[in-house]
Design a protein around this ligand. Structure first.
Ligand code: DC
Length: 233
């Protein structure tokens, strides 16, 4: 048996459960998990904290001019079993998961300068393979040569219900209609932006998990990963 490590790219619409399965898979295979959406959220959070973005104002020039002073890193948290995201050495894992950040992040992700910075960092993180990365453009732009590409979908309602429960569990006071609206808006912006829109890579395997349990989904994806790894031996 060889020690061939592969790159696994998981793309799809928001709240399709990409990160849940990506984390499980990385843990099982002893790979690194990278949540690329967290990086777009970190920049959005930075912009909000600095007053570049609010309900009335969206200052793209200010965001671009400050990109060099934004350092995003991940540090593994043993208790949680995954890496948390840090902005200039401050743990912002919880701060980036709010509906407010979600409502601005897709727009921030349309800025080419932001994408260029993050894609470079993502490619560097995956340089040695053995990585599971989830996002919107991983199989198309970040790792077009990834050995295994998955494209996850589920109906907007299914995804909104999942997100709604997640936010409630985290103590966020939200209502379902707002969450559904956010999911639909992000689908639209992510799929229609000019730079690296969310599309299925030609060689990605599509997976609709609307009616799958987490266990079914994990089993299926693990099987695909094992087959891909074995195929390289
Ligand atoms: O996966 P997520 O919901 O945390 O991602 C947040 C936003 O970031 C999403 O609406 C679009 C953007 N994104 C992106 O454009 N490219 C990626 N690779 C990951 C996320």
């Amino acid at each position: 048996m060889s020690n061939n490590k592969i790159t696994i790219a998981i793309d799809g619409f928001s709240s399709t459960g990409k990160s849940t399965v990506a984390k499980q898979l990385a843990k099982h295979l002893g790979y690194i998990y990278v949540d690329s959406g967290a990086m777009y959220r970190a920049i959005t959070y930075f912009a909000m904290e600095n007053g570049f973005i609010n309900d009335l104002n969206f200052n793209i020039e200010a965001i671009i001019s400050q990109l060099d002073s934004i350092d995003i890193s991940f540090k593994f948290n043993k208790e949680l079993g995954f890496a948390e995201v840090y902005l200039n050495d401050e743990n912002i894992e919880k701060d980036i998961r709010t509906l407010e950040v979600s409502s601005f992040v897709s727009k921030v992700a349309t800025i080419s300068e932001v994408r260029q910075k993050l894609v470079e960092q993502q490619q560097e993180m995956g340089r040695h393979k053995g990585v599971v990365m989830d996002g919107r453009d991983i199989g198309t732009v970040v790792f077009p040569d990834a050995e295994l590409k998955l494209f996850m979908t589920a109906s907007a309602e299914t995804r909104a219900i999942r997100r709604y429960h997640e936010l409630l569990e985290r103590g966020n006071n939200v209502n379902y209609e707002d969450v559904l609206k956010n999911v639909q808006e992000r689908d639209y912006i992510d799929s229609n932006r000019e730079d690296s829109p969310l599309v299925k890579a030609e060689d990605a395997i599509a997976l609709d998990n609307s009616n799958m349990t987490l266990q079914d989904q994990f089993d299926k994806i693990l099987q695909l990963a094992k087959m891909t790894i074995e195929g390289m031996e």
